[in-house]
Every structure is written in structure tokens, then in C-alpha cells.
Design a protein around this ligand. Structure first.
Ligand code: URA
Length: 230
């Protein structure tokens, strides 16, 4: 079965109620939250333009009230590398593009070090709106945004997903393990078979430069995964 079919299958499983009790419970915590399985259903067939339009008009969770604009994603829509961060920061909220602030500058340097320009990868976030005070996204916010991200993954069909930071890694892998335990090895993104590698968030690397060496090991692992899949 193709990767495109299996990503959609994941969405269908979600829509059919596998783990939906969890999704409903999380969504129920917020009066703004729609039933995510319905949202997933209607998003699963959108093309890029329709998807971007749907995201920009989204009012499913409370984050729409405080955002300047949604931050959809940027880069090569057919990239081998799909890079997923946590949520837009203040700079990204103002510019409408992921990773344009200090963390973004470091991400660009990390990519260049591994031989990639920013426009050769696709970059997006778990949630598309800036959480106030840079707090972590809440579970109901992540749940509301997930159909958008799953559709982006389905459209890009990357050879490898690089999750930046604890929030992205735990959310994509549906794990509560600390990032230190999730990084350093190759996971599979749910049942799609797409290799997923987790690494430190560039904002954390700015605060903790001693971990740059291990981040570099993760990037090399990511590159090897892409090479293997090519
Ligand atoms: N941090 C993130 O996780 N994403 C961005 O887009 C910017 C900073």
C-alpha cells in the first residue's frame, strides 16, 4: 500500500473512533473545539491551496483569538525532509512563516551544515497559531490542529520527518517519554512507515550549546535515513 494511502488510513482510523474517546475528551475541555474526527474527515482530501485557506480561517480552538495570523508552513512541498516544530513564536506570528526568529536562524545553520538550504526542506509546526506567552500548546489545541498536519504529511510524502523538541516529538510519537529518551534513534511515524527522528529544539540549543554535538548526531542519522529511503 502506498504511503499516501496509509497516512489517510491513520486519519480514517481516528475518524472511526480509534483513540477518539481521548480526542473527544481533550476537545471537550474547550468550548471552541470542534469534533476532531469530523474536522479530519473534511480536511483529508484538500489540496494545498484549500488546506492553507482552511487553516487561515480556522477558529476551532481558543488560539485563534490571540493570533495575528496562522502560520501554515514553508519550503519545498515535495521535500524529502519534513521538519516539524512546536508552535509559532511571536516573530512567526507577526511574519506568518515558521522559524524566522533566533531559533529559525540556528535551524537554517543546522540545515546548511548538513548540506541543505531552507527552501529544500518543508517546515511546519504541530499547531499553526502562536500560543500566548510562548506557553506549550494545550492538548485540545494540538488535537484540533492534527488533521491539518496529517494532511500536510500526506501531501508532502516526505522520506523522513524531523521532530524538533519535546512537544513535537511527544505529540507525533504519542509518547510521554522525555526527549532525551526519544532522540538518537529512528522511529516510525505511526503506521505510515515514514522514519521519524527527534532532536533538540533549536531554542533549547541556543540555551544549551553543549547539546549541539548530539543534535549533529541526530542530523546525520536523519540524513542516513533519507539516503536509505532514496
Ligand atoms: N519554535 C517553533 O517550534 N516553531 C516556530 O515556528 C518557531 C519557534
Amino acid at each position: 500500500m502506498s504511503r499516501r494511502a496509509t497516512v489517510r488510513q491513520v486519519q480514517y482510523l481516528d475518524a472511526m473512533g480509534i483513540q477518539s474517546w481521548q480526542l473527544r475528551r481533550a476537545a471537550g475541555q474547550n468550548p471552541d473545539a470542534a469534533q476532531p474526527e469530523k474536522q479530519g474527515d473534511t480536511v483529508a482530501h484538500l489540496d494545498w491551496d484549500a488546506l492553507q485557506q482552511r487553516v487561515s480561517g480556522c477558529t476551532q480552538c481558543a488560539l485563534h483569538r490571540s493570533r495575528t495570523q496562522t502560520v501554515f508552513g514553508v519550503g519545498d512541498r515535495n521535500a524529502d525532509w519534513l521538519i516539524i516544530g512546536e508552535a509559532p513564536g511571536k516573530d512567526e506570528d507577526l511574519e506568518g512563516e515558521p522559524f524566522v526568529g533566533r531559533a529559525g536562524q540556528l535551524l537554517n545553520s543546522m540545515l546548511l551544515a548538513i548540506g541543505l538550504k531552507r527552501d529544500q526542506v518543508y517546515i511546519t509546526n504541530i499547531v499553526k497559531c502562536h500560543p500566548p506567552e510562548n506557553r506549550d500548546p494545550k492538548s485540545e489545541e494540538t488535537v484540533c490542529c492534527e488533521p491539518f498536519l496529517l494532511r500536510q504529511i500526506d501531501l508532502v510524502q516526505p522520506k523522513m520527518i524531523l521532530a524538533l523538541g519535546r512537544v513535537a516529538a511527544q505529540s507525533l510519537l504519542r509518547s510521554k517519554l522525555p526527549l532525551g529518551k526519544l532522540r538518537g534513534s529512528v522511529h516510525s511515524f505511526r503506521d505510515t512507515g515514514i522514519p521519524l527522528i527527534a532532536t533538540w529544539h533549536p531554542a533549547y540549543l541556543i540555551r544549551t550549546p553543549s547539546e549541539k554535538r548530539s543534535a549533529w548526531e541526530d542530523l546525520k542519522l536523519a540524513r542516513r535515513s533519507v539516503e536509505r529511503a532514496s
